[in-house]
Every structure is written in structure tokens, then in C-alpha cells.
Design a protein around this ligand. Structure first.
Ligand SMILES: NC(=O)c1ccc[n+]([C@@H]2O[C@H](COP(=O)([O-])OP(=O)(O)OC[C@H]3O[C@@H](n4cnc5c(N)ncnc54)[C@H](O)[C@@H]3O)[C@@H](O)[C@H]2O)c1
Length: 320
């Protein structure tokens, strides 16, 4: 099977590509624009790590460039597309909304339109828990109304709607994944956990604790995400378009996570507490009943174990 993974130099794209290459016979073509939203070095290191696998090839391609995208589909017979390329970052969507409209909406359209032209049968794509907005109905479930609170979340809602229309019109299977705060090795430096660890090991960098630490997140460990995605790649069930929460169903208060990290690092960064930031959602907690009944038995890694691996990776990679 030949799989195209977009955003392969990103956090989830990299980890999932590595997981697929080490656990299956799939051939993976990875593409990524290697944008500079966060450290390019980290993205290049991820690609270097993947390049050790014979069945992996990488192309620096922006999904906004339809011509280059087409070249890949012409060159290779792509059986399955996994779209993990996007502009992420809820707060950044207030600063640069156009990046979200371009990369996440136009980019997604380009990709699925080219995939349709070259008769790809199945597309798995990233949505987000942020699509639920400030819903008060917990645990969040796929059937309830969504209320995007920012352009990032709106771009994901539009992706889901585009996928629905394409699945009906062109007979392509679509699977949308609403990821809930994914964390772990090779994590994103713009997210809470990596920022906190950076401040823990570099006392000169203050850590801003938003909403005075009163946020709750359904943290989901990256290797659980990879296992679920892999099952979805190989699953034989016939579907048109399904959307799944990908979450551990185990919400954690940020203040509790901080205590656990402090214990693991034996450090305490300088905390600057501040009010709730515009665009931020206060709580996420999803049900994972639907994905579990679809892919079969799925265990979720405990937060303590996931955090330990994350801290160890951080210390190793950043040589702390
Ligand atoms: N990490 C999470 O907790 C989380 C939660 C919810 C949703 N998601 C979604 O999952 C997907 C992957 O997220 P991630 O955490 O790995 O983010 P990431 O930023 O680490 O990865 C995204 C990658 O896409 C690339 N990219 C961006 N625009 C591109 C374009 N136009 N063409 C080609 N490549 C492009 C970036 O260079 C980056 O390497 C995204 O769609 C994100 O919105 C992630």
C-alpha cells in the first residue's frame, strides 16, 4: 500500500509516519512545507529520522501548490491520503487568520481535489476538539452541535463539511479525526507541555499560565493516537464519511499536570499567571466510545507514563 502523508515533518505526522514504517509494509510518501511557525530544525530532525526507513521518501511541497501536488500523484499510485498538514495554534489564529484560511481551507481543498482526480479511494484528515467551542455538555460527543470559537476551529469545521460533500459526490471514503490535546515525544514547542518544560530547564524564560491555570484538557498520548490511526488505515469496514473524537476520556487540570512535571524534572519555572486568553476554550473532555467501538479494543496510556516518556525525550533531545 502506498500512503501519502501531508505534514510529515509535523508532530503527529512524524510520529505516525514512523509508527507505520516500523509496524507495517506500507510505503510512505511524506510531504511538508517545512514552514517556520516553530523550529525548522525540529522539523528537519524529524525528517532526518524518517529518512532512515527505505520505504519512506520526502518532498518539500506546500499543499497550496496544486501543480507540485499533482506531480506526486502522477509519479506514484497513492492508495490512501492522510492530511496532517495545517496551520495549527488557536492563539496564532487571532494574529494571522489568513494562514488558516489558506493552508487549512484552500490547502485541504487542493489536496482532496487532486486525490479525487487521481482516484484515491480513502482520505483520513485531521479535525480538532476545538471545533466544540465552549460547549458545556461533557463528555463531548461527535453527534452534538459544534460551535467554533476561532478561525482555526472554523477551518476544521469547513474541512469536515467539504469532506462530507466530496464523500457523497465522488464516492471517496473520508475519516475525520477530532484530536484532543495530543502530547508526547517530538511534541510541538508552541503547546503547553513543551513550553512548560522549556521554562523548567531555562529559568530565564517565564512561563505564562493562562486562565490562572483553571484550564482542563483531555490530554491524549501520541502513541495511542498512532495506534488508532494505524487501525483506521487498515480497517476493511465500508464507510462513506465518519468523524471520530480521538481522546483519552481522562481530563486533567493544568495545575495537576504542572505538579506532575515538577516532580519529574525536580524544577520549578517562574510562573506568571494571567487571565483567560481570547479564543481559548476552558475545558475539553471527549467521549471515545465511538472510536473504540469502531476500531476494537484500545487501551490508553496513563498520564503518568506518558509524561515520563515526554520529559525523558525532552531532556535527551534538548540536552538538559
Ligand atoms: N497536536 C494536537 O494536539 C492537535 C489537536 C487537534 C488537532 N490537531 C491537528 O492535527 C494536525 C497535525 O497537528 P500537529 O500537532 O502535528 O501540528 P504541526 O504544526 O506539528 O504539523 C503540521 C505540519 O504541517 C506543515 N504544513 C503547514 N501548512 C502546510 C502546507 N500548506 N503544505 C504542506 N505542509 C504544511 C507544517 O510545516 C507542519 O510540519 C493539524 O491539522 C492540527 O490542526 C492537532
Amino acid at each position: 500500500m502506498q500512503i501519502l502523508i501531508t505534514g510529515a515533518a509535523g508532530f503527529i505526522g512524524f510520529n505516525f509516519t514512523k509508527y507505520l514504517l516500523s509496524t507495517s509494509d506500507a510505503t510512505v510518501v511524506g510531504i511538508d512545507s517545512l514552514n517556520n511557525y516553530y523550529s525548522k530544525k525540529l522539523k528537519k530532525d524529524r525528517v532526518r529520522e524518517l529518512s532512515r526507513y527505505k520505504k519512506f521518501s520526502f518532498f518539500k511541497i506546500n499543499i497550496l501548490n496544486k501543480k507540485k501536488l499533482e506531480k506526486i500523484f502522477k509519479l506514484r499510485k497513492i492508495d490512501l491520503v492522510i492530511n496532517l498538514a495545517a496551520q495549527a495554534g488557536v492563539r496564532y489564529s487571532l494574529e494571522k487568520p489568513n494562514e488558516f484560511v489558506d493552508n487549512n481551507i484552500q490547502g485541504f481543498y487542493n489536496l482532496i481535489d487532486v486525490a479525487k482526480k487521481y482516484k484515491t479511494k480513502k482520505i483520513i484528515y485531521a479535525s480538532s476538539s476545538s471545533i466544540y467551542g465552549d460547549s458545556k455538555k461533557f463528555p463531548l460527543n461527535e453527534a452534538q452541535n459544534v460551535m467554533p470559537k476561532n478561525i482555526y476551529a472554523l477551518s476544521k469545521k469547513i474541512n469536515e463539511e467539504m469532506a462530507e460533500v466530496f464523500s457523497r459526490q465522488y464516492n471517496i471514503t473520508f475519516i475525520g479525526l477530532r484530536f484532543f490535546t495530543v502530547y508526547g515525544e517530538w511534541g510541538r514547542p508552541d503547546m503547553f507541555m513543551m513550553k512548560y518544560l522549556t521554562s523548567s530547564y531555562n529559568q530565564k524564560i517565564n512561563f505564562y499560565l493562562n486562565n490562572y491555570g483553571k484550564h482542563t484538557r483531555d490530554f491524549t498520548y501520541i502513541s495511542d493516537v498512532c495506534k488508532i490511526m494505524s487501525k483506521l488505515v487498515f480497517i476493511k469496514k465500508k464507510i462513506k464519511h465518519e468523524i471520530f473524537n480521538v481522546c483519552s476520556n481522562n481530563p486533567q487540570k493544568l495545575t495537576d499536570i504542572i505538579k506532575k512535571i515538577d516532580f519529574l524534572t525536580q524544577k520549578k519555572p517562574k510562573l506568571l499567571k494571567r487571565k483567560l486568553q481570547k479564543a481559548d476554550v476552558v475545558k475539553t473532555h471527549g467521549t471515545n466510545k465511538k472510536i473504540r467501538s469502531f476500531v476494537g479494543k484500545q487501551n490508553f496510556t496513563s498520564i503518568d507514563h506518558g509524561l515520563k516518556n515526554t520529559v525523558n525525550w525532552f531532556k535527551n533531545y534538548y540536552k538538559c
